[in-house]
Write a protein that binds this ligand. Structure first.
Ligand code: ARG
Length: 578
């Protein structure tokens, strides 16, 4: 496929737009290069003549047509498509991978939940989209560093430490926690009957009380200051909060099959940069970028007030999220190389913040245009609920995952040999597909019926289609039929076969396009169309025992392979049976 594309571009110019068509009726590729010319149709015909005279190209291309106001459409030769089919059979899992970007490096940072706060569905979006983007970049040859920028530092710890200490000292009569434990041990003894849910309740309680009693915020600030200064007890409580949160998060990551590569798989959280901010503050100062704001806070102003100022130090000298982000990126550029691309998968509500951050990094001469990328995702809503950690209306992810597995169990058809494993693969696959199938920037309304719809655009539908290809192969094996053949001669393809074959061959190019635009949804869209084309073919034509049996079985196998490879990139399992 790349060969054809490159050959056409050689003739019409490397810069020309040459796109895969949306509709196979208009060929495999199409270009609009003549459209901008004065007489587009004449121009298109001239270019077409030139193309027809290129012998090398005409070995690859079946037909060239001028269409519409001046598009030029191309059909790939059947031989080329069949060769590609053979490549799929040969390369299997490796098919679609490329080395085009070898030598390039990228940090993909995703998930980044906050300690002692719940793992929200927003973080779920970041986790799944970020992981798919990391996979995609890897497939096209990038060296990918997978990082998790945990929110394990910041003023929320002052609030928690304050609450934990108070809870501890008035434990007996305090009903702060919904499920008070019978054995009330003091903090100095153990905090082991606290868990993440109770910590979150404390956080919620703090905000409720702070609305009435303004002094609470000051107390929390004091506790945070003590933490920053290394107070032993506060450090101990902080460490404890991290441990219980990480236990919960790691459980979710392992369920979802998510792994990070940096800092021994933990990722570099905000606290890692606690002692790495001073050099950044100094550099900002030396370069004259730090301005004194109200009451002595320090901020960065932007030329022509392009953005509102970005605060770097609070009036009491405390550092902020932004200060830690600057230290993080400095660290990354030093560690992975000045040319490393850094991608943050973070909710769209932080768009302005990341614009400010990237601008500062440019002002510091750290990065070039395009080297910093914010991949944004929209909100996630559960029909009519709105979520806010502070108010306590929180959705617990572990229960969402459990529900997905239970529902998967109900829709599954066959009797699998490892039902629990398959329920999990189907349930989690459904959650992932639901995330990945649309442009991340849009809002999602969470709807179980849509998520597990076997007939619609769902993970379950994709897995079901894959299982169908495998069951055909199984039957063929039982009937002792060959599924692989090296040469297909005198093939007379019907339109379903030919469409399917033409579509299959696009996989590599689709992956590259999706990676370049950080859009896993492009892969989903492709796979969904492929599955639909396959199911149409399946319903219309007999495979085993037909005249074209060899070819059809090969086609069937290739479809299975591409769905599997595609799902793999998205982080979704493809069980053989459902
Ligand atoms: N922990 C943050 C939050 O939940 C997201 C961190 C995003 N990454 C970053 N480098 N700022 O809002």
């Amino acid at each position: 496929m790349f060969e054809v594309k490159n050959r056409i571009l050689k003739v019409i110019g490397e810069e020309a737009n040459l796109n895969l068509t949306d509709n196979l009726d208009f060929g495999d590729y199409s270009t609009n290069i003549a459209l901008k010319k004065k007489n587009p149709k004449d121009e298109a015909n001239k270019i077409k003549d030139k193309l027809l005279n290129d012998e090398d190209l005409m070995k690859l291309v079946e037909k060239i047509e001028v269409a519409g106001p001046g598009f030029i459409n191309f059909w790939i030769k059947k031989d080329g498509l069949i060769e590609e089919l053979e490549r799929i059979a040969k390369e299997k899992e490796e098919y679609g991978k490329s080395k085009t970007n070898e030598g390039k490096k990228v940090v993909v940072e995703y998930s980044s939940p906050n300690i002692a706060k719940p793992f929200t569905v927003g973080h779920l979006r970041s986790t799944l989209i970020g992981d798919a983007i990391a996979n995609l970049l890897e497939v096209i040859g990038w060296k990918v560093y997978r990082d998790n920028h945990l929110g394990d530092w910041g003023t929320q710890f002052g609030k928690l430490i304050y609450m934990i200490k108070r809870f501890d000292s008035s434990r007996a009569e305090n009903s702060l926690l919904r499920e008070p434990s019978a054995s009330s041990r003091s903090f100095s003894g153990s905090l082991h009957d606290l868990d993440l849910k109770k910590l979150v309740n404390m956080y919620v309680e703090f905000h409720k009380e702070a609305e009435k009693d303004k002094s609470l915020e000051d107390r929390a600030r004091e506790e945070f200051k003590k933490l920053e200064q290394g107070d032993v007890e506060n450090r101990k409580i902080w460490k404890f909060c991290i441990d219980i949160s990480m236990k919960e998060f790691n459980h979710i990551y392992s369920k979802l099959g998510i792994k990070f590569t940096e800092n021994e798989g933990k990722g570099y959280g905000e606290s890692f940069f606690e002692d790495k901010m001073q050099p950044v503050i100094k550099e900002l100062q030396d370069k004259g970028l730090l301005k004194e704001g109200k009451e002595g806070a320090k901020m960065i102003e932007f030329p022509e007030e392009k953005f509102p100022p970005l605060m770097i130090l609070k009036k009491d000298g405390a550092t902020l999220y932004s200060t830690r982000d600057l230290a993080t990126d400095k660290f990354r550029l030093e560690r992975y190389g000045r040319d490393v691309v850094i991608v943050n998968e973070v909710g769209a509500e932080q768009t302005l913040y990341f614009q400010q951050l990237f601008e500062v990094e440019k002002m510091l001469n750290w990065v070039k245009e395009g080297q910093r990328v914010h991949v944004r995702h929209g909100h996630f809503r559960f029909k009519d609920k709105k979520m806010s950690t502070r108010k306590g209306n929180v959705i617990w992810l572990d229960s969402v995952i459990r529900t997905a597995e239970e529902k998967a169990n109900r829709i599954r058809l066959g009797k699998a040999s490892e039902p629990a494993k398959i329920d999990s693969q189907v349930g989690i696959g459904a959650l992932k597909w639901n995330e990945l199938k649309r442009d991340p920037i849009g809002d999602i309304i969470f709807d179980w019926d849509e998520i597990l719809n076997m007939e619609g655009n769902s993970g379950a539908y994709m897995q079901y289609t894959y299982a169908r290809t495998q069951s055909v192969l199984e039957k063929a094996k039982k009937a002792k039929r060959k599924t692989e053949k090296n040469k297909f001669e005198n093939l007379d393809l019907n339109s379903e076969e030919s469409d399917l074959m033409r579509y299959l061959c696009r996989f590599g190019e689709i992956s590259a396009i999706a990676a370049k635009s950080y859009s896993p949804n492009i892969v989903c869209n492709y796979l969904y169309n492929l599955a639909q084309k396959y199911n149409t073919f399946y319903n219309k034509h007999k495979m085993i025992g037909s005249e074209q049996e060899d070819f059809r079985l090969s086609l069937n196998m290739a479809v299975g392979q591409i769905i599997k490879n595609g799902l793999f990139v998205l982080g979704i399992d493809a069980p053989n049976k459902m």
